[in-house]
Design a protein around this ligand. Structure first.
Ligand SMILES: [Zn+2]
Length: 146
């Protein structure tokens, strides 16, 4: 199980930009790759009827984003979403809805002027912080399905 989350610099920056573009709605997406290293980010539309304070990934979008995972070519590394006005910590809803114990949950908070990025593993209601590293020398693929 990955002990940290490694994100290519271009993808890290692009995800932060997505969160700002989608504000005041919560942004969301899926990160795939191998082990702790993200290779591909799928930016997804927030399908929740109340997107300002919740997020929901449409099953069809999730299926597209997970096609490489389902084909066995890559792994689900992380699921991310933004908190437009609350801290970068899982909400009670985030904890209750965390159905992927093998994945890392990445939260980007825009509550302050400088975005706050934090990652967690959520297993059966237990939240454990996971360090996040932005690696500028790594380049990944950005897939925008919004
Ligand atoms: Zn949340």
């Amino acid at each position: 199980m990955a002990k940290r989350l490694v994100i290519p610099g271009n993808l890290y920056d692009r995800v932060l930009a997505q969160c700002q573009e989608d504000w005041p709605k919560e942004a969301c997406g899926i990160m795939t790759g191998h082990g702790e290293v993200v290779r591909r980010v799928y930016a997804l539309p927030n399908a929740h009827p109340n997107p300002v304070s919740r997020y929901q990934i449409d099953p069809a979008d999730q299926h597209r984003a997970m096609s490489g995972v389902l084909a066995g070519q890559e792994e689900l590394v992380a699921i991310y979403h933004s908190h437009p006005s609350t801290p970068a910590y899982p909400s009670q809803t985030d904890i209750a809805m965390a159905n992927y114990p093998q994945a890392i949950y990445l939260i980007i908070s825009l509550a302050r002027e400088v975005p706050e990025v934090a990652a967690f593993r959520i297993v059966q209601g237990h939240v454990t912080p996971v360090p996040v590293r932005r690696v500028g020398t790594l380049i990944g693929e950005w897939v925008d399905l919004r």
